[in-house]
Design a protein around this ligand. Structure first.
Ligand SMILES: NC(=O)c1ccc[n+]([C@@H]2O[C@H](COP(=O)([O-])OP(=O)(O)OC[C@H]3O[C@@H](n4cnc5c(N)ncnc54)[C@H](O)[C@@H]3O)[C@@H](O)[C@H]2O)c1
Length: 338
């Protein structure tokens, strides 16, 4: 297969490297309008053919077009690639609006082309292990999902911190809790500098008795990448900054005796063992590239599809609406989610 990577800025070179390494890929074409980025790729990956005009890539021999440009360009470039008969890999977040995502999904279906949305963490060994543990019932019923992704981050020109960072955590939540229906979102955030929020707290309510919270921040003195999944049997902490023990499962919790009256309710605390399972260290992007190429060859929907991208964009849109109205609860039509 021939893969064209459009956008060779910060993230694009990682995509180039992973597609180059794939045994089914015979050629990688890189495209950017900036000459310095083309030179950067030429120095590191001499076998990559380079062009500076995206129309040439769209109309050329590539089977797959990978879109790694800023978010506000995704829809236009993705549509053009689909119209030219290319399968598309689109970076997160999929599009700037749910209407754009719906249109791309419909166009791809009509042309029997595949859309892969790069929710990279779904291919991360720690997240795969979390999913396995939740599916096996190791944690029991999931009570809450609490995540923090903060550091001195790169301000994006086209999106706020929620659109930049939260897609990672929302996609993990959707993957781990596929049977949970999101019914409402409420977000508070602050834009200290340029009118675009640099810190936000996003809360998600489900039809089930589960709650999710995401804290994202570009202006934190420390880098934290941590999430807690609380279950009624066990609880799990995923700390991506840990080198060795990224996941820890705690046999801890509370047993609440509700047979007593509210004034006499008995709470028993349980603090048991902790174990840290072994996780696969394969690079997530390599597994993502493998999944997309297999999905195309087998003519099936990839694990992180256009629909998964749309589910995330709907939550991001609701979050924007909530921020504009000081954290009001924005209800979602749960029938179209997850
Ligand atoms: N999956 C992940 O973990 C991850 C990590 C970082 C970024 N991203 C995503 O990747 C995308 C790109 O982010 P980035 O940080 O690399 O941005 P960036 O600004 O560093 O790079 C974007 C590049 O696209 C080029 N470009 C823009 N429009 C173009 C066009 N029409 N034709 C050719 N080239 C064009 C720019 O010149 C630039 O070099 C975003 O959607 C971002 O959210 C994903």
């Amino acid at each position: 297969m021939i893969v064209g990577v459009l956008g060779l800025g910060y993230w694009g070179p990682n995509l180039v490297r992973n597609f180059l390494a794939h045994s089914e890929v015979s050629k990688v074409i890189g495209c950017d309008t900036r000459n310095d980025r083309l030179k950067f790729i030429a120095a590191r990956f001499p076998s990559v053919e380079l062009i500076n005009e995206c129309n040439k890539l769209m109309e050329g021999e590539a089977d797959i077009v990978v879109i790694a440009t800023p978010v506000d360009t995704h829809y236009k470039l993705a549509k053009k690639a689909l119209e030219n008969g290319k399968h598309i890999w689109v970076e997160k977040p999929f599009t700037s609006t749910s209407a754009e995502a719906e249109e791309l999904i419909e166009l791809a279906e009509r042309k029997n082309l595949k859309i892969f949305v790069d929710h990279t963490f779904i291919y991360n060994g720690a997240v795969i292990k979390m999913k396995e543990l939740v599916d096996k019932g190791e944690l029991g019923n999931v009570l809450y999902f609490d995540s923090e992704r903060i550091n001195l981050g790169l301000f994006q020109r086209d999106v706020n911190v929620v659109w930049d960072l939260a897609p990672h955590d929302i996609s993990i939540m959707n993957y781990i809790l596929p049977k949970h229906e999101v019914v409402a979102v409420s977000t508070n955030g602050i834009a200290n500098f340029n009118g675009s929020e640099n810190l936000a707290h996003l809360c998600v309510q489900f039809k089930q008795n589960t709650f999710a919270h995401f804290h994202v921040n570009w202006v934190s003195p420390v880098k934290i990448r941590r999430m807690i999944v609380g279950g009624d049997k066990k609880m799990l902490v995923y700390d991506d900054m840990e080198v060795m023990e990224k996941i820890k499962v705690y046999d801890s919790g509370v047993d609440f005796d509700t047979t007593e009256s509210i004034h006499q309710a008995l709470v028993q605390y349980r603090v048991g063992d902790m174990f840290s399972p072994k996780i696969n260290a394969t690079e997530a992007l390599a597994l993502g590239a493998q999944e997309f190429i297999s999905a195309i060859q087998e003519n099936r929907v990839p694990l992180t599809s256009g629909q998964d991208g749309l589910d995330v964009v709907r939550i991001l849109e609701a979050s924007d609406k909530s921020i504009r109205n000081n954290g009001e609860i924005v209800e979602l039509d749960s029938s179209v989610l997850i």
